[in-house]
Design a protein around this ligand. Sequence first.
Ligand code: IMP
Ligand code: MG
Length: 216
Amino acid sequence: MHWSGEWLVNALESPTSEILPEFHADLTLLAPVRHIGLAYGVSDESPQVLISEADISHRGDELAEQIAADYKDKGEIVLLGVLKGAFILLADLSRRLTIPRLVEFIAVSSYEDGDVPSGAVRLVMDVRSSIEGKHVLVVEDIVDTGHTLHYLIDMLKSREPASIKACVMLHKEHSTEVDVEIDYLGFTIGDEWVVGYGLDYAEQGRTLPYIGVVKP
Ligand code: IMP
Ligand code: MG
């Protein structure tokens, strides 16, 4: 589905919109517009570009080069992608690296207290093989409050990997509540909600090739 009138209708009707009351309010104001847009088949505006496809690609090259250099004498590494948001970063990074690597996935979700994320994190899908004695690089889309990465690193450390580091595409440094170490970082951004390059808003926008702001 495109970033279109159809998406707007879904967003208006989705309970997820209530998680972001401000955004929901804005969409509500746009409600009359959606009928006009849908009636004439006019697409709504695309998210505003924050980081272009070219900049993402350039930074991806730099990160891969740095990671390959740091791990070059370590043997095989495990790239552990955090679903769903990291799937594109993991695909790009894994193909750029020039060192031996395996790909694994893990999935987590935030516990919500009513509509508000509580900061607690739940493991939804575990890694399929043991990471004991392995060099693990956690690949994550974004660090916002930091709770997700903090939980993951803590949990994975208890399984005694040879080493554990994190590669994160985006960091909202002003929103971060718990200290987390990010060993390889793509970009620092403000506290706006971003979509694209794996990131979504209510499951929309994940496959955009650039990183865009939903609501400036
Ligand atoms: P945390 O607050 O650091 O625990 O981040 C939790 C998760 O929220 C991230 O892994 C993302 O999946 C999601 N998230 C946080 N900010 C954004 C955003 O701007 N766009 C899309 N997803 C986000
Ligand atoms: Mg994530």
